[in-house]
Design a protein around this ligand. Structure first.
Ligand code: UD1
Ligand code: CA
Length: 450
């Protein structure tokens, strides 16, 4: 069986951040998750990770089934692999936890190589910092690290990506022989090349077409650069598929977002997590969606939605906030300054202005007037509000939960509703109006006499 081992034991000091390097995010997804998902997308189910300091924090983001090995001292890339010795079996592809742009196709190419060791290489304009691929008669003879290279070798522009495929038997053979006799005093995995060649193993190289794929993030600047590349890649793919992105320079879409052809994404829009948007919907401008589903023919404008499920033909915004557990059935309209949380809103409901619906069920075609508030929190627990179909909630109503409003009920504007309202009843929960005739004129006369 084919396996992927991801090295992430390094300290990442140059990020100058208290957070482990591989937990830094691109498009709201941690670096290491990019690599794990690329391996999974390549069809590889056995994944191991070598972690160093702060390993617990990193483990929190790993999917179940990923095997974790701890490297307590960062003694080099060969030492990192050694820590995962129990994982080495069959064909092992080695990847880096801080190189998130590697494509599944490339992992597949590596995994299906025939040699005992295959090295993923790239030709780059600036090879500074990378190990150089040294060739004799066209064949690889060794990899020389920047720190150990002479002037001649430094000129080589074919570099080692640090990603390899090994037959485990060959890898274990090399690991037992790698020494730390180099400038940095580290155990270099790259030394495997010479060791294997000297012992009649077969070593070859695979060149990536797109050298951006192998880039790693060592600094915050590099991280931002990778984010830019990733973002452009995703937007290009979507446009290729038939999604209209009006302004790619102000649009951010994460790698696990699914947007159907025919969707229009307007400027200043951010779509992250496991979001799906179905055909003919319009998202933006100035909208953020996270882990949200948007059905066909809906729009979300100048709004923020997280963990929401929006059906077909809905309108959300401008300035709406849908929080987790919001479910809008077909043709619901949620308007300006309306917040919805953990609520099931049935077909045709309208809540167009200045409203909070929390822990509520609102059945078909009910109209929620401006300024309606479900008072769902009594200071101790969250309580539920139920509103039947075809009801009419007058403006500025406070529904003090737990409370039930029956089908077709009518609530007078300005009511504070603390008791259930039967179906088709009119409920008024406010002080009766008092008109004092000519009160103002009398007051003026009184004042005049003084
Ligand atoms: C390594 C390669 C170099 C290659 C470059 C590509 C070696 C000796 N050199 O160099 O040829 O061009 O990657 O980026 O392998 N790691 C551990 N434990 C350690 C050291 C590193 O887990 O003790 C992990 C790091 O977290 C990182 C990866 O291995 O994900 C590479 O480590 P890094 O120190 O960045 O290697 P380079 O010196 O850049
Ligand atoms: Ca590096």
């Amino acid at each position: 069986m084919k396996r992927v081992l991801i090295l992430a034991g390094g300290l990442g000091k140059r990020m100058r951040s208290p957070k482990p390097k591989v937990l830094h995010e691109i498009l709201e997804k941690p670096l290491i998750s990019w690599v794990i998902d690329a391996a999974s997308a390549a069809g590889i189910t056995k994944i191991g990770v070598v972690l160093g300091h702060n390993s617990e924090e990193v483990q929190n983001v790993l999917p179940t089934g990923v095997e974790v090995y701890i490297q307590s001292k960062q003694l080099g890339t060969a030492d990192a692999v050694k820590c995962a010795r129990n994982f080495l079996d069959g064909k092992v592809v080695v990847l880096y936890g801080d190189a998130p742009l590697i494509k599944p196709e490339t992992i597949k190419r590596l995994a299906s190589s025939e040699a005992d060791m295959s090295i993923l290489t790239a030709k780059v304009s600036d090879p500074t910092g990378y190990g150089r691929i040294v060739r004799e008669n066209g064949r690889i003879s060794k990899i020389v690290e920047q720190a150990d290279a002479n002037e001649e070798t430094l000129k080589i522009n074919e570099i080692n990506s640090g990603m390899y495929a090994f037959k485990s038997e060959a890898l274990k053979f090399a690991l037992d022989k790698i020494k730390s006799s180099n400038k940095k005093g580290e155990y270099y995995l790259t030394d495997a090349v010479e060791i294997l060649l000297n012992n009649d193993y077969k070593v070859d190289t695979i060149e990536v077409e797109d050298s951006q794929e192998i880039l790693g993030a060592n600094t915050q600047r590099e991280l931002a650069n990778l984010a830019k590349i990733a973002r452009e890649r995703i937007l290009d793919d979507l446009m290729e598929k038939g999604v209209t992105i009006e302004d790619p320079t102000s649009t951010f879409i994460g790698p696990d977002v699914n947007v159907e052809a025919g969707v229009i994404v307007k400027p200043f829009t951010f779509i992250y997590g496991k979001t799906t948007i179905e055909s003919e919907s319009v998202i933006g401008p100035q909208t953020t969606l996270r882990d949200t589903f948007v059905g066909r023919n809906s729009y979300v404008v100048r709004s923020e939605c997280e963990g929401a499920d929006i059906s077909n033909g809905c309108g959300v915004g401008p300035f709406s906030r849908l929080r987790p557990g919001t479910r809008l059935e077909k043709n619901v309209k949620i308007g300006n300054f309306v917040e919805v949380k953990n609520s099931h809103i049935f077909e045709g409901v309208k809540a167009q202005h200045l409203t909070y619906l929390g822990d509520a069920t609102v059945e078909e075609n009910t109209n929620i007037g401006a300024g309606t508030i479900t008072c769902n929190y009594d200071g101790i627990r969250k309580n539920k509000t139920f509103i039947g179909k075809n009801a009419f909630i007058g403006s500025n109503t406070a529904l003090v939960a737990p409370v039930e409003i029956g089908e077709g009920a009518l609530i007078g504007a300005g009511s504070v509703i603390t008791e259930n309202v039967p179906s088709f009843a009119l409920a008024l929960g406010r002080a009766r109006q008092v008109n004092k005739e000519k009160w103002v004129l009398k007051k003026m006369e009184e004042n005049h006499e003084k």
